[in-house]
Write a protein that binds this ligand. Sequence first.
Ligand code: B12
Length: 251
Amino acid sequence: MVLTKDVKRRVMEVGFVSSGISAPNMLEDLPHGPIGSVCTLRLPKDELPTAKSVILMSYYAWDPIFNLQVDSAYFRSRERYTPKVQTENYQLYYEILKNKAWTVVNYLRKKGFESTLSLGISLKTSAVRAGLGCQGKNTLLVTPSHGPRVRLISVLTTAELDTDEPFKEDLCKDCEKCVIACPTQALEPYKIKINRCLTYAAEKPYAQDVTKDIRKLEKKLIMRPTPNSYVECWTCIEACPIGKLRQKHLK
Ligand code: B12
């Protein structure tokens, strides 16, 4: 269909490195609801009930600084848990993703289709269904071209687009480099213990389920450029050999 081709061309023009299309009725069994105390995942039909297509897009995050997170001064204080003040936090890659995805949303809206972006659905599993890659042993989306060094966002639209075939291959094969590299042993192949992940620890400075040994490693390993910012851990991504060659020019 011409529209599907046009949308995919537009997605690449704004700087995404791959895209795939699925439909809300093919994503109804996606993980949804509360993910520990991290977030609540939604289904496409909760995000845009009239949607006919879900466009999954991946952005190449080639440098650790894409993982920069900055919180307003109150965010890291205990006050956040009884907030009396407005708090804000920004993650660099999310800002880039949203910025680029809005141009795709606006493109579709101009054509008369109701459209919105979503970071609230399960992006990894949706991306597998849309053919972008497999869920690897680090539990992340691993793509054939950029490995897990991609960040994901989706656009939901009432436009009826051609869907892609789900990705079937397991790209990890017998490699377990990510599992071995994780400094807190948070990973078992295809599974993560969320409260051992350094990103969870950094995000939740007062969480009771983070043990002292993890807090010690967090202090040692998490980069903190300013008192209100930190760079999320990406050791399991860095360890992955798939797509690593692309980073050579940066060394
Ligand atoms: C919650 C969350 C977290 C939590 C929990 C992680 C998790 N795996 O759930 C924490 C804070 C720990 C976290 C950490 C990180 N995150 Co995060 N996170 C998310 C979020 C919001 C939802 C993830 C999710 O779907 N969880 C739900 C669970 C059910 O999914 P799952 O882990 O895939 O679980 C499956 C498997 O574990 C498997 N499984 C479970 N049990 C078992 C048992 C057996 C035997 C088997 C075989 C399988 C199996 O089945 C489950 C269902 O399919 C997404 C954004 C989004 N909206 O999707 C970003 C996201 C997944 N995170 C991302 C990133 C980059 C990270 C970090 C690298 C930190 C960073 N620098 O940003 C680390 C990596 C940690 C890791 N290896 O997973 C990216 C991943 C990009 C990619 N290439 O996939 C996403 C997609 C954000 C984005 N917009 O790009 N994250």
